[in-house]
Structures are given as C-alpha cells and as structure tokens.
Design a binder for this molecule. Structure first.
Ligand code: FUC
Length: 785
C-alpha cells in the first residue's frame, strides 16, 4: 500500500516515512476560563447550535444571559431599486471618461443610489432594511439566605470548546453551586442545569425581557415571551416566541408575576425553546414541540447526544502548534501574558484556531443562515451595522476558513443566501446598468437586498456579487462535487453575465472595465485636488471579473454546456486589464489611474484580492506582482480593525512570510474592552476571545482562523504546499490531522525544526497530486481515505 502512494521513487531519498495516522501528543483541552463573573457582554461565553445562541455571564446574585435566534431580523423584503437610475448611466460614464469623477459622484448621489433609507446609515432597525436583533435577556435571580456581601469562594467559569459546554461553580456557606449551559445540537433548544451539593439550597426567580416589542406571560409553570418586530413600514414584522420550562429535583416550582419561582430545589434544569416565523409559519408549534421533546429526555442523554453531534464536525481536525506553560492561566491573564511574551504560548494559536472552528459550528448550520457580522451573538436591537451581510469583505471572510478547516458543508448556507439574492439582483442589474445577469453591491440582509447603499462613497461597489461567487467556487474547488457545481452554475454564470454586459471600454487604456464603481470604501485625490470615491475599473473589479470569467469557463467546460457563452467571455477575458498593475512607487495600483489615496493606511486592501482569496498573484507564477503586493502591504501598515488585521495574516501567509503573518496574529490577539465603533487602527480581542473590530465583529475570528490554516497548508497555486508559512515560533515541533486541500484531499502533517518529517495526503479515490514538501515540488499519488 505504501508503494502505491509513491510515484517517484526519489521520494524515498528524501527520507519520508508515510504513516496512516499521526498521533498527536495528548493535549490539554481547549477551554477559556475566568475567576470572576463577566462584568461586560464582551466577557460572556458564546454558546450556539447554529440557530440558537446564548451568552451567560455566570453572575452570582443575578445570572444574565443574552439569547439569540439567527433568524430574528426586523425589516422586510423590499424593492429599493431606482428604476430610472440607468437613464443617468451614459452621463455618469461620460463624466468618468473625462476624468470628472467628482461630478460623476454627485450625479450618483442624486440619482444612482437606492430608493428609500437603504441600510439606515448602518442603523436600519426601524426601516425596511432591518437589523439583526437580540432575542432578549434571561435573568435568574438567586436568593442565598446569606449575609451580604456574599462570602464566595473558588469561583470559576469556563467554556469547554472541545465539548461546546459552559460551566460555572462557586462555594458559599459550605455549599458548592454549579451551572452547566449548552445550546443543544440534539433537540435544538438551550439548556441550563443548576445544582447545589447541599439539598434544597436553590432558591431563585426567572424572568425574560428585551429592550422593546415583547410581552411575557406564564402558563402551567412555563414562562413565555413573544412579540413582533418592526418591519419599517406598518410595524408588523417578524414574530418570535420564547418558552421556558423547568424540571426540578426537590423543591417547588410556581409562577409569579411574569416569571417563574423555584424554592428549595437541589437541581433545576431549564429548557429555553425559541423560534421565529422566518420561513416557518408554524413557529409557535415548533417552540412547544422542541420543549416537550427535550423535557422527555434525561439530561444525561441530551448532553451526551449534544456532544456527540458537535464532535461529528469539530473532531475532524486536530492541531498541535507547540508547548505552553500558560494553558492553566485564566484566559484574560493568558492574553495579557501573550501580549508581553508570545513565544511562551504557541498553544494560544491552536486555541484561537479551534475556537474559530467552534464558532463556525455554533453560528451556522446547513439549511439555515450564514453567520452575520456578529455570527449569531447580538445583545442589542440595533446591532452595529445592522449585523448585516457586508459583501465587500466581511461575509466572505466569515467563510474563508471553512474548507481548509474541514467544515465544508457550513459553506452551504451562504450559497443559499446568494441564490436568494439572484432574482432581486437581476432587477438591480436592469434598473441601474440596463445589464444582463444579476448584481449585489455592498450590503445584503435576510430579505435579499441587492440595490446600492445610500451613498456613492461606499454604496456602489460592483464587487459584491462577484466576490461571493469566489466563496461559492471555493466549495467546488475543495470538494470537486459536480452536483454542487451544477447547482451554482446559474448563479456564477448570472454574475459573469452582469460583468460581461456592463463592462465599458476605457478610452485611455482600451481595456474593458466596470463603470461606475469604487474600490471598496476608499477615496483618492483627483488631479484637481478634489477627493472622490467613484471611478472606473478599480483593481478589485478587474480581478473579480477575470477570476469569475475563468471559473465560469472552467465550469461550463466541466459540465459541457453553454459553449457559445463560454466563447463570448473568453473573448472578454482578453480585454480585461491585467491582474495587477505595478505603479511607479512599486505598489499594486488600487485604481486604473495613478491616484493618490487620501488615507494611506486605509483598512481595506481590496486591490490585493488577486493575492487572496483569488490566486491571480502568487510568488511562483507572478513574482513581480508578489513583490509589489508586499510593498503595498508595507505601505498600508499592519494595524486596522480586527478583520483588516486578519486579512493581512492571510496576505502574508500567501506571500510565504510566516513570521509576518505570526506578528499579525499577535496583533489581533491584543486584549481590549473597547466597544467604540472603529474604522482605523486598534483591532484586538475581547476577554472571551471574540474579535474586537471594535465593536465585536466575528470576521476577525474567522479571518484569523483562515490565516492560521493558510500558514500550515496552501493549495491555490496548482499544487499542495505543506507548511508554506510556518513562523519561527511554531517550528520546534508540531502536527495537524485533517486539514483539507483543493481537489478533495485530506492532509496530515508532522514537523520538527521547521521541516516536515511525516505527512499523508488522502482522497476518496487515489489520484496523482503535486506536493511541495520542504521546498521541493514532487509528484505522488494520494492514498485512499
Ligand atoms: C465595512 C468595513 C468596516 C466594518 C463594516 C461592518 O464597512 O469597512 O470596517 O467592518 O464593514
């Protein structure tokens, strides 16, 4: 069997030992823990089962738990297209041809933006765009019959990432109190078990509320909260219901004014069932049924099934990046210590990586919604930026780790969201560009929004729909699932049709380019000294069109369809600008003209799209562009909101600079409690390891997770590369099992002193594959998975 893996016998000369499974040395569990209750939401522990979320603060006198349901949005479907917009297109383009971008921008602001309030300037809770909202807050008030201040001993709370379970425990007056929390991957319900090791010591009341639009009631010892959100017009938006039931060991359960009261119990199991009417008219019945089903099972059984289901995804990957003496430090102290001496805690990188995988499994599920800007954890009714799906980097970044991190199916909810945008996107393409196909601009929501935003500066990027098509493609590139390719083909073709029919000839260069567009959220100085955003052919659009056309050509060849369209876009491909143009300063140009950027340290680096997530710029195939990309990154600087830092980890990993990628990983792990909205420097991490833009934005978590994977394994340049960007810090020894590469490969690797010592490349069918190992490119045949 070993021999069948090897095509070139020279491989033996390299001295590799193939093995069936790499034994990862026994490691401590991945957990985050603290010696105090959370004093802010940014310290609470995020739990979720892909639909329901909860963030307990594990308070001693009062436990406050923010509850979430990923479907709970205000707003409603709307048509925000301005159907007159396309009549202004010739004039807008004429002004751009003349270099009068400022005038074109004014015209766009007057006639080429959305109808209505758009995103509500990022505060869309009460306009039709809507906002993702908290489901509410559960409070548990404890009565200890003890003197104040309470003499608490041995307090501890933790999130066990490996089992998707949170716990807290403490002692008071000789009694140990324990709480265990999980969002069940079994019965789709949240469960909290409270216990005391002295009989009858649990005395508490339970309440539910939310900042607005709710009413509570009790029926037969159950607590119910229900309400209807604002749809932005007549107030009759999405409906929701939460129902709490309790099972007791000892003691008495009764109802009080809009709450539950429990006296003298030894153990209490709380079941929190919730649903909305998003694509579920029978949601009230589902709430009741889920509660009944869960209560019918033993706690032990429910918990075992929960862990088992979670493990089906989580356990596919194990990683060891090195030693630490700090695994036993409380996480807040560990983060502080890491900032001072990162080299003593290589294990934190692994923890952050597995935490990212944990967050993906917890915040999305097949058949539902993709993680939004906050995953599924939100504490407000007006969540920052509506916690929408930003298409100019954020929602794409939320999915970048999934394939390599062996959670491939969690990409499917994004595919579903995108499929749902297409019909609106077709109307938008006609309304604004009189174009075929479909387009989405910068923001979308669960209601399928595709119109531009409310101002030109950020709202009219043409890149959104093409960019998500990259995500859709990556799932195919990794899985080679032809049925899936058939399913996405009309979507990616429709996006290519849009670019194909709207590109115009730039009078200066003769290239076919988008017009009007922007380089996401960035501005520049025109030769007349005025600031503008609007332009033709920003580099990202050129790269996206090039990549998308190439993918559609490949897909139509693979599926053997659409030969005529394929020929059309093959010709169009010839007319596109090159994947990158190096300016006089040695950097990749962000715009078609050598404009000077207003903010040289701007957070977005859209003109490096070709480096990541696309593969248009690689050190192997386009060395000059790779050098220019490095220069671009140097000029932009390392800092930014956390998603921007995460993106830079990925860029430097692709440039094979492991130490720089690692330095950025240390930057993104800078502890902070800042929640003020940030567009500049200062990204970091909250005590609970959620990423701080600030405020909390989950793309920083997912982007960094993808970045770590990219440091360990790459497969975008026509071959698999093992340890392409291993930083000095992780060199001593390490291993991983179960990471994925394009082509359907599963990979195990072990290393010592920065050199691969063992590896295994597996696929369902054995097939030839090119692999770069310790700097040498070799041909092998994969082993059977
Ligand atoms: C884009 C970014 C901001 C923020 C927002 C949600 O607008 O430029 O930094 O991440 O999305």
């Amino acid at each position: 069997m070993v021999n069948s893996l090897i095509k070139k016998s020279s491989l033996f000369l390299l001295g590799f030992v193939f093995f069936n499974s790499i034994t990862i040395q026994a490691q401590k569990s991945n957990r985050i823990w603290y010696k105090e209750p959370a004093s802010s939401w940014e310290e609470t522990l995020p739990l979720g089962n892909g639909r329901l979320g909860l963030t307990p603060d594990s308070g001693i006198s009062t436990e406050s738990i923010v509850l979430n349901d990923i479907t709970l949005w205000s707003g409603q479907p709307q048509d925000a297209n301005n159907y007159e917009a396309h009549t202004y297109l010739p004039e807008i383009r004429h002004l751009l041809f003349k270099g009068e971008n400022d005038k074109a921008e004014a015209l766009i602001n007057a006639h080429f933006i959305c109808e209505g309030a758009g995103s509500g300037n990022g505060n869309g809770a009460n306009v039709p765009f809507g906002s993702y909202q908290t489901l509410g807050e559960l409070s548990i008030n404890f009565d200890y019959e003890s003197k104040m201040p309470l003499a608490i001993k041995n307090y501890k709370r933790e999130l066990n990432i490996d089992n998707a379970l949170a716990q807290c425990s403490y002692e008071l007056d000789g009694t140990t109190y324990t709480r265990e929390y999980f969002a069940s991957f079994d019965d789709d319900i949240s469960i909290i078990k409270l216990s005391a090791d002295t009989p009858g010591k649990l005395n508490l009341t339970i309440n539910l509320d939310r900042p607005e639009r709710y009413e509570t009631s009790t029926h037969q010892n159950e607590l119910v909260m229900s309400g209807q959100l604002n749809n932005g017009t007549d107030g009759k938006g999405m409906r929701y219901k939460v129902k709490i039931g309790a099972k007791l060991k000892d003691g008495k359960l009764s109802t009080i004014d809009n709450g539950l009261k429990i006296q003298d119990a030894t153990e209490v199991i709380l079941y929190i069932s919730a649903a909305t009417d998003f694509k579920n008219t029978d949601f009230e019945k589902s709430v009741d049924k889920l509660l009944k089903d869960a209560e019918a099972k033993s706690y032990k059984d429910q918990k075992a099934r929960h862990i088992n289901n979670f493990h089906k995804l989580y356990k596919r990957v194990s990683v060891n990046l090195g030693e630490t003496s700090r695994a036993d430090l409380p996480t807040d102290e560990r983060l502080d210590a890491f900032t001072k001496k990162p080299e003593e805690d290589d294990d934190l990188g692994k923890l952050y990586f597995q935490f990212g995988r944990y967050l993906s499994i917890s915040s999305t599920r097949v058949g539902l919604l993709p993680p939004n800007l906050q995953g599924l954890w939100a504490q407000h009714v007006q969540t920052p930026w509506n916690a929408d799906y930003h298409l100019d980097v954020n929602v794409e970044m939320n999915h970048w780790a999934l394939e390599a991190a062996n959670l491939s199916e969690l990409n499917l909810p994004l595919k579903d969201l995108v499929a749902g945008m297409v019909p609106n996107g077709q109307k938008t393409a006609k309304a604004y560009y009189d174009a075929d196909g479909w387009i989405a601009h910068v923001i979308t929501n669960v209601w399928g929004y595709t119109a531009p935003g409310e101002v030109a500066s950020w709202g009219i990027s043409n890149a959104g729909s093409g960019w998500v098509c990259n995500n859709l493609w990556q799932h195919y590139a990794f899985t080679e699932d032809v049925d899936y390719l058939k399913e996405i083909y009309p979507i990616i073709k429709g996006s290519a049709e849009f670019y194909n029919s709207m590109l115009v000839k730039d009078p200066v260069t003769g290239w076919s380019v988008t017009a009007p567009s922007v380089s996401p959220e960035n501005s520049f100085y025109l030769p007349n000294g005025k600031e503008a955003h609007v332009c033709m052919g920003p580099t990202i659009d050129n790269q996206i069109a090039r990549e998308l056309f190439t993918h559609v050509i490949q897909a139509s060849e693979k599926l053997n369809i659409d030969a005529a369209f394929r020929e059309k876009i093959k010709q169009k491909l010839e007319q596109l600008p090159p994947p990158g143009i190096v300016g006089e300063d040695g950097r990749i140009m962000e715009w078609l003209r050598p404009y000077k950027e207003v903010d040289p340290h701007h957070r977005h680096l859209s003109h490096l799209y070709g480096l990541y997530p696309a593969n248009l710029i690689t050190p192997e195939h386009t060395p000059d562009l790779a050098v220019a990309a490095a220069k671009t990154l140097e000029a932009r600087g390392d800092d930014g909101p956390s998603w921007s830092i995460a993106y830079k980890i990925l860029f430097w990993a692709r440039l094979k600079d492991g130490n720089r990628a690692y330095k950025l990983l240390t930057d993104i792990l800078r502890p902070t409690l800042d929640t003020n909205m940030n567009y500049g420097a200062g990204g970091g991490v909250y005590p609970n390891l959620l990423s701080a833009g600030p405020p909390f934005q989950i793309d920083g978590n997912f982007g960094a997770t993808a970045g770590i994977a990219e440091m360990l394994l790459q497969s975008h340049a026509g071959f698999i590369e093992l340890l392409p960007a291993l930083p000095d810090s992780w060199k001593t020894s390490g291993s991983y099992n179960g990471l994925k590469a394009r082509g359907g490969f599963t990979i195990n690797v072990k290393w010592e002193d920065g050199k691969v010592t063992d590896y295994k490349i597996m696929s369902p069918d054995q097939k030839p594959v090119k692999v770069k190992v310790n700097g040498k490119l070799i041909d092998i045949v994969s082993s059977k998975l």
